[in-house]
Design a protein around this ligand. Structure first.
Ligand code: PGA
Length: 237
């Protein structure tokens, strides 16, 4: 069984969420976590679906306009939070230090960080993938106790694959996933789930399922289409 995490980004409007809900309520909930836009989190609270937040504040709850603190998110029964997504890093200049703080806040609140890491096309062409990815992981885990590190889910998401329809070969994904797992094991004595993300769809998920090292997927665009998402979840059971 592979874990399917849907990251719906900022795509869906309210009427689309209403129809999405009607279909997704039939999904198998065992291997599925949904990260809708935060304004819709409570819409899903009665469907029995495990929920995650797409981003969290690096600050504690308090006087911070527009931020969502981990305390608030947790109090809504939401136990997962995506951090370090490349869209946050690139569009909002989030640094590795920011990601580190967010990982800490999630863990302090007993939540599970879904830590995204991945290289640009240029970094890949310059054979820097491994260095970039391990550096992002090491930075995000700075100062954390080993027992806490084990709780983190890592999502390897090559930036050039996000939303482009271009997916690395299975052997490329396998190689970097192995490197991530070995690094976490050797440096922190930690075994972590490692997911793949980037243009995962109903059409390629069976092929990706052949990579035994990969524990699941972080899915953007395809997670906004309820029927396709249900199909993917089924293929991952
Ligand atoms: P995508 O996005 O599935 O639309 O490529 C993945 C992600 O950004 O998590």
């Amino acid at each position: 069984m592979k874990l399917v995490i849907g990251n719906q980004k900022s795509y869906l409007e309210k009427d689309e969420i209403d129809s999405f809900k009607q279909i997704i309520k039939e999904a198998n909930k065992d291997n599925f976590i949904l990260c809708p836009s935060s304004i819709y989190l409570s819409e899903f609270s009665d469907l029995g679906i495990t929920l995650g937040c797409q981003n969290v504040s690096k600050y504690n709850k308090g006087a911070i306009t527009g931020e969502l603190s981990c305390e608030q998110i947790k109090s809504m029964g939401v136990n997962f939070g995506i951090v370090g997504h490349s869209e946050r890093r690139q569009m909002f200049n989030e640094t590795i230090e920011d990601t580190n703080l967010k990982v800490m806040k999630l863990l302090e609140n007993g939540m599970v960080p879904i830590l995204c890491v991945g290289e640009t096309k240029e970094e890949r062409d310059n054979l820097k993938t491994r260095d970039i990815v391990l550096n992002e992981i090491e930075g995000a885990l700075n100062g954390l106790d080993k027992e806490l590190i084990e709780k983190i889910i890592v999502a390897y998401e090559p930036i050039w694959s996000i939303g482009t329809g271009v997916v690395p070969s299975n052997s490329e994904i396998e190689e970097i996933t192995k490197s991530i797992k070995e690094f976490l094991q050797e440096k922190y004595n930690s075994s972590n789930k490692v997911l793949y993300g980037g243009s995962v769809s109903c059409n390629n998920v069976e092929e990706l399922n052949l990579i035994s090292e990969v524990d699941g997927y972080l899915i953007g665009g395809a997670s906004t289409k309820a029927n396709e998402l249900i199909e993917i979840i089924k293929k991952c059971e």
